[in-house]
Design a protein around this ligand. Structure first.
Ligand code: ADP
Length: 218
């Protein structure tokens, strides 16, 4: 049996991190835990969390650390994460969250953090063209000659622009990434758990780099 992995994937929004995390999760057979997906599900379902998070996520802000830590603590206590590990996507986003995660994980905590590096100018244009399936979350890139209505190839759901993919919200998220999330590179670096992987090139090339980065550190 292949042992599981316990990874954190950092990277600017639009770095392709979500798609790569899905592939990594299949490859290593561990749950992909995306806090963005969890929040979007809560918004769709109209739960109290969803109602309070909607305005913050639409503006590209960060949801309160305490709420996010509670959400991740609960998810990590599930059996699959306990047995196989996890690929965390979108969490931690602040040093407070990283400290809490180390406390939650204990000796079964994060073994490696990977920074998927893609320059800001590249992600900005990708994010403005990003379209997602409302139902399954599949990602598409708009070309200006897109079908209307746009139906997802995967599941038949509606393909739309996310409410938080406006120019203003995108710039806000990218600024927050620099001030709040980039310090995590230093945080994980201090405990020798940090590795940088180039995020430009074809999705297959990036995936190969990521799996190699994980395998060489085991
Ligand atoms: P993107 O798709 O832009 O990479 P995500 O899907 O990870 O971003 O998250 C969408 C939004 O959800 C974020 O802009 C933020 O408002 C909120 N969010 C997700 N994860 C966290 C977190 N760990 N801490 C605070 N807010 C979060």
């Amino acid at each position: 049996m292949i042992p599981g992995v316990r990874l954190v994937i950092l990277g600017r929004q639009g770095s392709g991190k979500g798609t790569q995390c899905v592939r990594l999760s299949r490859h290593f057979v561990v749950p992909h835990i995306s806090t963005g997906d969890m929040l979007r599900a809560a918004v769709r379902e109209g739960t109290p969390l969803g109602k309070s998070a909607k305005a913050v996520t639409d503006a590209g802000g960060l949801v309160n650390d305490e709420i996010m830590i509670g959400l991740v603590r609960e998810r990590l206590s599930a059996e699959d994460a306990h047995e196989r590990g996890f690929i965390l996507d979108g969490f931690p986003r602040t040093v407070t969250q990283a400290l809490a995660l180390d406390e939650i994980g204990g000796d079964r905590g994060v073994e490696l953090a990977i920074d998927l590096e893609v320059p800001r100018e590249v992600v900005l244009s990708r994010l403005l063209a990003r379209r997602v399936c409302r139902d399954c979350g599949a990602n598409y890139q708009a070309t200006g000659r897109d079908p209307r209505p746009w139906i997802c190839d995967n599941c038949g759901g509606d393909v739309v622009q996310r409410d938080d993919d406006t120019t203003e919200a995108i710039n806000n998220r990218l600024d927050l990434y620099e001030t709040q999330t980039q310090p995590l590179i230093e945080y994980y670096g201090r405990s020798s758990r940090m590795v940088a992987v180039g995020g430009t090139g074809t999705p297959d090339e990036v995936f190969d780099r990521l799996t190699r980065a994980v395998e060489t550190t085991r």
